[in-house]
Design a protein around this ligand. Sequence first.
Ligand SMILES: Cc1cc2nc3c(=O)[nH]c(=O)nc-3n(C[C@H](O)[C@H](O)[C@H](O)COP(=O)(O)OP(=O)(O)OC[C@H]3O[C@@H](n4cnc5c(N)ncnc54)[C@H](O)[C@@H]3O)c2cc1C
Length: 282
Amino acid sequence: MYPSDFEYAAPTTVQEALELLRQNPEAKVLAGGHSLLPAMRIRLMSPPLLVDIGKLSELKGVRADGGVAIGALTTYHDLEASSELAQRLPVLVECASNVGDPQVRNRGTIGGSIAHADPAADMPAVVLALGAEMKVVGPNGERTISADDFFVDMLQTALEPGELLTEITVPPMPEQMGAAYEKFKHPASGYAIVGVAVMVHRGADGNVSDCRIAVTGAGPRAQRARAAEDALKSGMDVAEAAARASDGLEYIGDISASEEYRANLVRVLTKRALTRAMEQLR
Ligand SMILES: Cc1cc2nc3c(=O)[nH]c(=O)nc-3n(C[C@H](O)[C@H](O)[C@H](O)COP(=O)(O)OP(=O)(O)OC[C@H]3O[C@@H](n4cnc5c(N)ncnc54)[C@H](O)[C@@H]3O)c2cc1C
């Protein structure tokens, strides 16, 4: 099917983009187009105007000073190629290199993935596990939304109409940090049937002082596996904590996998991801 007719604009400044969004409340932002255009082709979405943000070069690239700031328009390929990320947050490189295929990674952007909030997308789990913050600009100026508050429901985020996601920031990490992402891929699309991202910190006493575990694919949105986090922080070992990872999550069952199957994947992948993250602490 072809998309409905639409107008196209390619602003060259963020202000111009915001003004176009203000004047056209039904407009959609176009980044890499790898989620939006397929949705338009099946007429799941029919925006009258596409605001292509591809010329906003200030939204591209990775900056590292203490923490790490990633422009919303940074492609998966750029994340894979970033030496700053390879050094400071290799879990983001690992995640990016597991998205789709080279064509998808060359066009798709981290901001597009996060703003779209597909329940099976990879990046939402990783930014949630890393405790990232989303920098947003809109008609009422700038604001910051924590990853914990950002993913609201299936394809729904805390972004308000007319707002643009500009940057994803990850706070500075302690030396003793381990992180990993494990994904069970859909064999055709490469999307996560379930994906689990984990981050663990070790305190001066040698015990796990902080832990965040985030799951994608299991339910309508990326969600924290808090029962497993609490178990690990209370001194349980990886196997005991992972056995609790599926507790308290929301699930969806569909043609690809039942709710029970997804719950089992959550436990299995949490164990694998935690094992790898804990090895990085040694
Ligand atoms: C064949 C195929 C395989 C794929 N496999 C995977 C996979 O394995 N894992 C995975 O996670 N994803 C996968 N994807 C999805 C891909 O990663 C998308 O590129 C990504 O989800 C969306 O990013 P985009 O830049 O293409 O956004 P677009 O498609 O341009 O936009 C998506 C949505 O986000 C909004 N948006 C985009 N940027 C912003 C912004 N800065 N501020 C506010 N709103 C914004 C748009 O208005 C739109 O509603 C796949 C896609 C395809 C086509």
